[in-house]
Design a binder for this molecule. Sequence first.
Ligand code: BV8
Ligand code: ZN
Length: 252
Amino acid sequence: MIPIPKVAPGAQFAPLRVPRGARVFVLTGAGISAESGVATFRDAGGLWEQHRIEDVATPDGFERDPRLVWRFYSERRRKAGAVRPNPAHDALAHLEERLGGDFFLCTQNVDPLHERAGSRRVVHMHGELFRTRCSVCDRPPFADESAYFDALPRCGCGALLRPAVVWFGETPLELEAIFTALSACDLFVTVGSSGAVYPAAGFVSHLRNVAGSRGFARAVYVGLERPENAHCFDECRLGKAGELLPSLFGLE
Ligand code: BV8
Ligand code: ZN
């Protein structure tokens, strides 16, 4: 039977019980970085230079107009350079310290805010803004804070360099490790994601089909508005991540 999600302001819920040894999987989306001043997709999506994100963040978009795409990512690099983590990022860095290997942090975000808050094991399933890779050869992706507003960067092999992010139509990174951790977790929390983009938005329904060794995991959403996949969660705790995360986990 499909659980009826409790959707209510976060303040109405008690902290999530996390017994010793419980395995916790947290998936974060653009909403966790919003209070740090990083625009979410739904905010920036339709407005960006009259292009939809789905049009510029694609291999075809890069093929069509690499300069436009590099401007889009260079602008985001410039803005992300100065931003600071907020209490939501700090809360997850603290949780990693407390839970160690029982904690799995997967982010859809390409910003480095989890790392800046002190998180050490962050799975960036959609890649990273401050890394660049070759669009053709298998030279490994490398750290790159540069902005490319004019000249297009090229690899030694002659091909164009591109942001080391996962575009629409491309396969997300580390899916095997993600699904292994998903299948083993006891508590699944999504923070700040509209639930519009797959396969990330489908992680929570994967839980419904796979019972871990201790029965089905509990699934909780934390974010400003009801996500598109709200029906898959046991609870939707509405509010700002920076306000709800610090007291979300009741560690035992
Ligand atoms: C793939 C990196 C095959 C680049 C990104 C038709 C139907 C279903 C699926 C598809 C379809 N057609 C195509 C697809 C597949 C497609 C897809 O899902 N498209 C959508 C548009 C329908 N997906 C793909 O192409 C993916 N690849 O499918 O490959 C495959 C599949 C499985 C296995 C193997 C192969 C690749 C998708 C990755 C694209 N790259 N980012 C970059 O960053 O530039 S996606 C990008 O948008 C983000 O990374 C994120 O994943 C996504 C959505 O963003 P959110 O994080 O959810 O942010 P959003 O703005 O939407 O929402 C913010 C939320 O925060 C809101 O709910 C808001 O209420 C809340 N909020 C705001 N402020 C706060 C807050 N919450 C808390 N506190 C606050 N203060
Ligand atoms: Zn190359």
